[in-house]
Ligand binder design. Structure first.
Ligand SMILES: [Zn+2]
Length: 241
């Protein structure tokens, strides 16, 4: 828990005005007057863990699942925080999750040594429009920046496209499976080793489709890192109260 502070008169006045404009609560627990609390932020400082075993559809490539790391399981406060960031308009959390991704990738630098390009799994265009920001792109920039400290120059390539799945009227299942992904051949960083980055891995289907699309374009995919992962069925990781 954060230590109680004693703000000066000006600080109190500023806080009061800020609250009057935008009531702020921790999205993880509802604690008032903090953007996020120390308790709910703590899981995002943990070392990333291997999450591909929970993503049942990551193995559609017919070989070993893509090595995938995630920072926090998508349950409890972390799930509420990611939801607030993705769909609750909490643009003030952009630096928080950017930093969480950077820490995770920096801690994996040894395992990610051959990687020289980071590719975000594209969000649906409607989601990006609603958010006003490309969230996987933001995470990819953070990952590339962190990796470049050990791997030299690391590019971000936004070469993956949702190739008209929505416009062509594919059903929700097709969109959900990510089957409409393709790599733009003009942008694909052929010959490079890539890291895929996304906010969340659930079934792994989007990562698998991204991997396939990149490999068709001559880009080898070494691993994936996401902020959060849906825990495998039956998993009951204790996250505290
Ligand atoms: Zn909290």
């Amino acid at each position: 828990m954060d230590a109680p502070r004693e703000p000066g008169t000006l600080g109190l006045a500023v806080a009061a005005v800020a609250r009057a404009i935008v009531p702020v609560v921790c999205p993880g627990c509802g604690r008032p007057d903090v953007r996020w609390c120390g308790d709910c932020a703590a899981p995002w400082w943990e070392a990333p863990y291997r999450s591909e075993s929970g993503a049942g559809r990551l193995d559609v490539l017919g070989r070993a699942p893509l090595p995938t790391w995630s920072v926090a399981p998508l349950v409890g406060p972390p799930q509420l925080m990611v939801g607030a960031w993705k769909d609750g308009g909490r643009r003030d959390m952009d630096p928080f999750f950017r930093d969480a991704m950077a820490r995770a990738v920096a801690s994996l630098a040894g395992a990610l040594h051959p990687i020289s390009v980071v590719v975000p799994v594209p969000a649906r265009p409607a989601s990006t429009r609603r958010r006003g920001l490309d969230l996987p792109g933001l995470l990819a920039e953070a990952a590339a920046s962190a990796l470049s400290r050990t791997n030299g120059s690391v590019l971000v390539s936004r070469c993956l496209r949702n190739s008209g799945g929505e416009a062509r009227g594919l059903g929700s299942r097709a969109r959900w499976s990510g089957s409409a992904l393709r790599a733009d051949p003009r942008l694909a960083p052929g010959g490079r080793m890539a890291l895929l980055v996304d906010d969340v891995v659930t079934t792994g289907a989007s990562l698998a489709r991204s991997c396939e699309a990149l490999e068709r374009a001559g880009v080898a995919v070494a691993a994936a890192v996401t902020l959060a992962a849906t825990p495998p069925p039956g998993a009951n990781r204790d996250l505290g109260p």
